[in-house]
Ligand binder design. Structure first.
Ligand code: NAP
Length: 475
């Protein structure tokens, strides 16, 4: 539970700005007031864009950008406990998971600093064609322009870092709009950037109504790239509306994992239980659909269900809590309704399915119809399905039968099966003998199909945030 409510202002052109209007942030666990932030509208968003545009007219050298990112990384490490507590208070994320997020953000900034120092173009082999003979050509990587970053509630610090750090490494100024449920972590990150010596205008943070702020970011021609992490409908709509901008989307998933009979169940069961229910399943790569080879199905359930039942549900501020609240009662009730829908189509609830106080218990569903929402939509809650399969063909078909394509996984000791799954699973990433919830921050991370159109991870995001400029020299 939050003890004192934090008050934070917007960051525009290096100033902390009040607007006279406030956005309240409440704990998803007990509804207490965690903090309030100054609320921006279209006017503040335009001022933020003015500042970002002006900042980019005085570029910062790569070595200075890298030094600022390194200093930010050091501050993230130094203040990691404060960061974790802020994440936990406003997102309802258990402290264990919030600490991991803070430490991953340190890696994100560190990697971005490395990439800022390496940012370089290519040399083109001009005499490889008669037309190019007698010339030298090279490419420069130039910043694309002002970046608008829109971030979700579920990783309110590290997913902001995944947008801000590469943009600064690339030499782009940023206007950031964090999720209204979790703006405090983003504003804390902005404070650390300022302390690290980032000059005015390079990072501007506006919190407030998404429609109004989003409209300005979409319509303003100075925004050259929108980097969006969030839900599928909002993301694709933004891309449709911003046809002349680069729009990078990191969206949802209905994460499948295949468990072959030759997998070491004692090893994988704890990992799957943790990765299906950590942060109440509110990760875009939370394990959602588990397909188990039929001969291992019962032994799997015998191990998995007690493990799930043993997860501690409760206050995210408690050190030993595994599963906290969903971001809102509305979201919790949506997941409960999806459980009822699954039951109505013949599914059986093998664990959970009910409330523990106000919190939804970790839920496992068997015998689920493919058309049930818990199977084909992104649950984004503490719920997974378990389904037996007979052949690897069938398992791959089931895993692929979704409009999403972010990450998938397979547990097997058969190298041929693993490599086949890696080739045939239609996802941006495939983990072998690791839960598909795994992410290290330097990985090229992102999806295909409805799940998105880009890859994040500093090196990859920087490529998106820069243009290749060709320079041809006549000898
Ligand atoms: P969301 O409702 O789509 O919101 C994401 C962000 O978009 C928020 O800042 C929100 O602002 C803003 N937004 C909403 N409508 C907008 C509009 N019309 N114009 C501009 N901005 C708008 O998603 P969420 O509930 O926060 O996050 C959960 C989703 O994110 C899940 O689907 C999850 O899978 C996905 N996700 C994907 C990844 C990935 O890397 N692929 C990582 C994490 C999460 P307000 O809060 O003010 O409405």
């Amino acid at each position: 539970m939050a003890t004192t409510a934090t008050e934070r202002k917007l960051l525009i052109d290096g100033d902390w700005v009040e607007t006279g209007d406030w956005l309240e942030v409440h704990s998803p666990y007990d509804g207490s007031l965690v903090g309030r932030v100054a609320k921006a509208g279209a006017a503040e968003t335009r001022r933020a864009l003015d500042a970002a545009d002006a900042a980019m007219r005085a570029p910062i050298a790569a070595h200075e950008r890298a030094a600022i990112l390194d200093r930010t990384a050091a501050l993230v490490e130094e203040r990691s406990e404060e960061i974790a507590r802020t994440i936990s208070a406003e997102a309802g994320k258990p402290m264990k998971a919030a600490r991991i997020e803070a430490s991953r953000a340190h890696s994100t900034f560190t990697m971005a600093a490395v990439e800022a120092r390496k940012l370089a173009g290519d040399v083109i082999p001009m005499d490889a064609s008669p037309a190019g003979a007698g010339k030298i050509a090279l490419t420069l990587r130039v910043p694309i322009g002002v970046v608008a970053a829109i971030s979700p509630f579920n990783f309110p610090f590290n997913l902001v870092a995944h947008k801000v750090a590469p943009a600064l490494a690339a030499g782009c100024a940023v206007v950031l709009k964090p999720a209204s449920q979790t703006p405090l972590s983003a504003l804390l990150l902005a404070e650390l950037e300022t302390e690290a010596g980032l000059p005015s205008g390079w990072l501007n943070v506006v919190c407030g109504p998404s429609g109004e702020i989003g409209d300005v970011l979409v319509e303003d021609e100075r925004v050259k790239l929108i980097t969006f992490t969030g839900s599928v409908p909002v993301g694709w709509k933004l891309r449709e509306r911003a046809a002349r901008k680069r729009v990078n989307l990191e969206l949802g998933n209905a994460t499948p994992v295949i468990v072959a009979a030759d997998a070491d169940l004692d090893d994988i069961v704890p990992r799957l239980a943790a990765n299906a229910f950590s942060f109440a399943g509110q990760s875009c790569i939370s394990v959602q659909r588990i397909y188990v080879e039929r001969s291992a199905y019962e032994p799997f359930l015998e191990r998995f269900l007690p493990r799930v039942e043993a997860l501690k549900v409760g206050d995210p501020a408690d050190e030993d809590t595994d599963v906290g609240p969903l971001i809102s009662a509305t979201e919790r009730d949506r997941v409960l309704a999806w459980i009822e829908e699954a039951k109505a189509t013949g599914a059986s609830v093998l664990a959970g399915g009910t409330l523990d106080g106000e919190l939804l218990r970790p839920t496992v569903i068997g015998n689920v119809a493919h058309a049930a929402k818990v199977s084909c939509e992104e649950v984004f809650g503490p719920l997974c399905t378990v389904t037996p399969y007979d052949t690897l063909d069938e398992a791959i078909t089931l895993a692929n039968s979704t409009r999403f394509g972010l990450q998938a996984g397979i547990f097997t000791s058969d190298l041929k099966a693993a490599l086949r799954a890696a080739r045939e699973l239609e996802f941006g990433g495939v983990t072998v003998n690791e839960a598909p919830t795994f992410r290290a921050d330097q990985m090229p991370y992102g999806g295909i199909k409805d799940s998105g159109n880009t890859r994040e991870g500093p090196a990859h995001a920087i490529r998106e945030m820069t243009e290749e400029r060709l320079v041809v020299l006549q000898l």
